[in-house]
Design a protein around this ligand. Structure first.
Ligand code: AMP
Length: 187
């Protein structure tokens, strides 16, 4: 799931994971859990998260791979929030080659910038996420533009990018994602 903050990737990834009966692995959620539990990894990550910049690759990779490989290698999963840079995409690809795994599809939710900001500010008020403040939102969107959006071309060139209008209702977006995935051979 590849989308800017506020595009609804968490909500859609959750629905997708439950429809396919596979785990939903959200790096942001996993990191927030580490922060809340006060683990060394969480302590190291929290300063980056509060500033709205990317946490070092090694920390994120460790979290994701732990979930994918333990206790056994998962058959399938929905990744939400990873990879988030070309370097992470290359690391994920190298891991996939070694373990004979590949991403079947990369879903991009397209949402206009003003809608993203409105949604994030509302989430900040309702859920109290510490990185949903105006200044941090601006930085997270900038980080998305600079570091994450190059992945769109990276996956388009590999022929697995699915572009979805993320400004429709939650249900409409879920239906559209399912319709587009049904067209693929996921065997
Ligand atoms: P999210 O919940 O996906 O919006 O992520 C919240 C924050 O967690 C981001 O602003 C980053 O600081 C950090 N984060 C989540 N996923 C990654 C990742 N793949 N690489 C680096 N940092 C990440």
């Amino acid at each position: 799931m590849l989308a800017p903050p506020g595009a609804g990737k968490g909500t859609q990834a959750e629905a997708l994971a439950s429809n396919y009966g596979v785990p939903h692995l959200a790096t942001g959620d996993l990191l927030r859990k580490e922060v809340a539990s006060g683990t060394p990894l969480g302590e190291e990550a929290s300063a980056y998260m509060d500033r709205g910049v990317l946490v070092p690759d090694a920390l994120v990779l460790q979290l994701v791979l732990d979930r994918i490989t333990k206790p056994g290698l998962l058959d399938g999963f929905v990744l939400d929030g990873f990879p988030r840079s070309i370097r992470q995409a290359r690391l994920a690809h190298e891991w996939g080659v070694q373990h004979r795994r590949t991403f079947h599809a990369v879903i991009h939710l397209e949402v206009p910038r003003d809608v993203l900001v409105t949604r994030l500010l509302r989430r900040g008020r309702e859920e109290g996420r510490s990185d949903d403040t105006e200044e941090t939102i601006r930085r997270r969107l900038l980080v998305y533009d600079e570091e994450t959006s190059p992945l769109l071309d990276f996956y388009k060139e590999r022929g697995i990018l699915i572009e979805i209008d993320g400004s429709a209702t939650v249900e409409e977006v879920t239906e559209e994602i399912e319709r587009r995935l049904d067209e693929l051979d996921l065997s």
